[in-house]
Design a protein around this ligand. Structure first.
Ligand code: NAD
Ligand code: DAU
Length: 354
């Protein structure tokens, strides 16, 4: 069985990936996470007695710590999920995004380069550095533009997207310059269990259940491509196993939706699953001041990963959204834990002062 060093494995996608990998028992996992506001170790509670899983609190920017972990655990591959990931937070406070997403990725690459250069030629050939990135690096599409392909030029528009673009370029350079065996994936918007409720789908579900306004930026006609998180995790496993070294792969759900349509669909499902006698949830929809520099449309062309590696999503938007809503309805303890004082402060900063 492979040993993987996973970073950011206490966040939304990383934790789903770790849980899936341990459930299917295809990898031993060493999970390095700084435990920022976006993480929650409760997500991983079921692994606490798993001898093939271990957790280390730490920062990907810590060259010494990462070097120690690589030497100690001798991973066959690393997957870098660790990042500051929320666009609105990057507008208020870009510093953290530059630090983790660019400087952190650089330090992490440096430690991995030193580790990889000392491996035997056979292990060097087998090693993989998989960097998890976003479709936001490609910028914004007009209504009739074709979806993003792997060779679409980078045009990041938010501090978050720019910091992820910087990280992607460093990963690319470490392959071209040092022949580090890298892979990069650029994925569209994920949704599913364990997503921190600052992001549109969990925020809408939880605000609705609390009878609070459902905030929609601008006119609600911005378009995102939505992918259920377990499909993203499956894609990462396929890329890790079969991806071509040095290449990038776009991952998406081929499921473009306006934000208003997403929120209205959540309201309709909640009207069925958690009806309130005095209101339809859609009456809570509230249009608010737009996000500065708000990208209008993202769409992903997944032909490369589909045709070359045989991946395609298993969930459609209807089945994935239903599962997601049911998960939030059934996991109030997890929800209560993440909506602590720090979360309340964020809600004030982003919504009350708008
Ligand atoms: P998240 O914010 O839920 O989790 C990020 C995790 O990284 C947290 O557990 C946090 O504690 C950890 N972390 C942050 N800084 C760190 C550091 N310096 N060192 C170690 N750990 C650190 O993010 P997510 O939504 O799970 O996204 C994971 C990755 O996937 C990110 O790189 C993101 O850019 C990318 N991505 C996300 C989406 C999406 O829709 N959520 C889509 C495409 C790509
Ligand atoms: O495209 C991939 C990206 O998707 C990832 O790289 C990011 O890490 C992830 O956060 C996500 O970015 P978005 O900005 O698209 O996600 P968010 O859930 O914040 O917003 C989705 C859309 O909904 C976006 O157009 C903004 C809008 N929105 C968001 C919030 C939080 C609202 O209208 N109201 C809101 O309150």
């Amino acid at each position: 069985m492979q040993t993987l060093l996973v970073t950011g494995g206490a966040g939304f996608i990383g934790a789903n990936f770790v849980l899936q990998a341990r459930k299917a028992q295809w990898a031993n996992i060493v999970n390095l996470d700084k435990l920022t506001y976006a993480s929650n170790l409760q997500t991983l509670a079921e692994l606490q007695d798993d001898p093939n899983y271990c957790f280390i609190q730490g920062d990907i920017s810590n060259f010494e710590l990462v070097s120690y972990l690589l030497a100690q655990y001798q991973p066959d591959a690393v997957i870098n999920f660790a990042a500051e990931s929320h666009v609105d937070r990057s507008i208020f406070n870009p510093q953290d995004f530059i630090q983790t997403n660019i400087v952190g990725t650089f330090q992490f690459l440096e430690a991995n380069r030193a580790y990889w250069q000392k491996l035997t030629p056979q292990r060097q050939q087998q090693f993989r550095f998989l960097h998890v990135s976003t479709d936001e690096v490609y910028g914004s599409l007009n209504p009739n533009d074709p979806p993003f392909k792997e060779d679409t030029p980078y045009a990041p528009n938010s501090p978050y997207a720019a910091s992820k673009a910087g990280a992607d370029h460093l990963v690319r350079a470490y392959h071209h310059t040092y022949t580090l065996p890298t892979l990069t994936t650029n994925c569209s918007n994920n949704y599913g269990p364990f997503q921190f409720p600052e992001k549109l789908i969990p925020l809408t579900i939880l605000n609705a259940l609390d009878g609070k306004p459902l905030p929609i930026y601008g006119d609600g006609q911005n378009i995102r491509d939505w992918l259920y998180v377990s499909d993203h995790c499956d894609a990462l496993r396929v890329v890790l196993r079969e991806g071509c070294i040095g290449e990038t792969y776009n991952i998406g759900g081929t499921n473009e939706q306006t934000n208003l349509a997403v929120v209205e669909r959540i309201c309709a499902i909640l009207d069925e699953l958690a009806p309130k006698s005095d209101l339809n949830y859609s009456s809570l929809i509230t249009f608010i001041k737009d996000r500065p520099g708000h990208d209008r449309r993202y769409a992903i062309d997944c032909n490369k990963i589909n045709q070359n590696l045989g991946w395609q999503p298993k969930e459609n938007f209807e089945s994935g959204l239903l599962k997601t809503i049911q998960w939030y309805l059934n996991n109030s303890a997890w929800v209560d834990y993440v909506r602590t004082g720090a979360y309340q402060n964020w809600m004030k900063q982003n919504y009350e002062q708008r």
